[in-house]
Write a protein that binds this ligand. Structure first.
Ligand code: T5A
Length: 207
């Protein structure tokens, strides 16, 4: 049987990376073999594209180039990693996916969502995540958490207003498709966040 595809999304410093391991443990306890990966990245080529995208010195990168690089990395990732795993019955847990493109390049940069949708169809065909865990947090809280952890990358150098638009785009998408999204209040203490995640996973485990 084909595996399930779960993604974790949210603005900067929301706790995606921290909670990937929790989701993995929770699924493994239910007897599910899960592959952890991330975007941009997840393949040798994709990780090289990631370096270019996150390098704070690349402040001359054009918006269209950024969008196309996200999908170039995604094409590589889908064909080399995600699709083969799902076909082989493995579940895949991905730290960010195309919702991040709608939120950052669409909401944040203002690129027309029709253009993003065109690339989504080209690169992914009909593939969409079975479940999207949207970790939501006030932008300022997330940026503070992220800044305490490491130096700002190219995205983290954006203004707070950019991330407010990103957050709004994420929440709009989630509110328009409650069947596939679960909004997690990520401003809470870690154990409270993880209880919410466990509840969100119950439905997909029951399928
Ligand atoms: N991007 C990506 C696009 O623009 N378009 C796309 O299509 C894609 C795929 C990728 C960048 O690329 C952009 C978006 C991003 O800017 P990234 O590394 O994936 O970069 O994303 P970041 O948001 O930068 O990831 P971070 O690692 O900064 O944030 P996380 O993973 O959400 O947060 P995490 O887990 O590292 O936690 C941050 C800190 O908070 C603490 C942790 O211990 C850590 O110190 N923390 C908590 N503290 C208190 N309470 C809690 N509940 C906590 N949870 C975590």
């Amino acid at each position: 049987m084909r595996g399930k595809f779960i993604t974790i999304e949210g603005t900067e410093g929301v706790g995606k990376t921290t909670n990937m391991a929790y989701v993995q443990q929770h699924l493994q306890a239910a007897g599910i073999n899960v592959l952890l990966t991330r975007e941009p990245g997840g393949t040798r080529i994709g990780e090289k594209i990631r370096e270019l995208l996150l390098d704070a010195r690349n402040n001359d990168l054009l918006e269209d180039t950024e969008l196309l690089m996200m999908f170039a990395a995604r094409a590589q990732h889908l064909q080399q990693v995600i699709e083969p795993a799902l076909k082989g019955g493995q579940w895949v847990l991905c730290d960010r996916f195309t919702d991040a493109t709608y939120a950052y390049q669409g909401g944040g940069r203002g690129i027309d969502t029709d253009r993003i949708a065109m690339l989504e169809t080209w690169v992914q065909g009909a593939l969409r995540p079975d479940l999207i865990l949207l970790l939501d947090i006030p932008v300022k809280t997330g940026l503070t958490r992220a800044s305490e952890r490491s130096a700002p990358d190219r995205f983290e150098q954006e203004q707070q207003s950019f991330f407010e638009r990103v957050r709004e785009a994420y929440l709009n998408r989630a509110n328009n498709d409650p069947q596939h999204y679960r909004i997690i209040d990520a401003a809470q203490a870690l154990d409270v966040v993880q209880n919410q995640i466990a509840r969100a996973l119950q439905d997909i485990l029951a399928l």
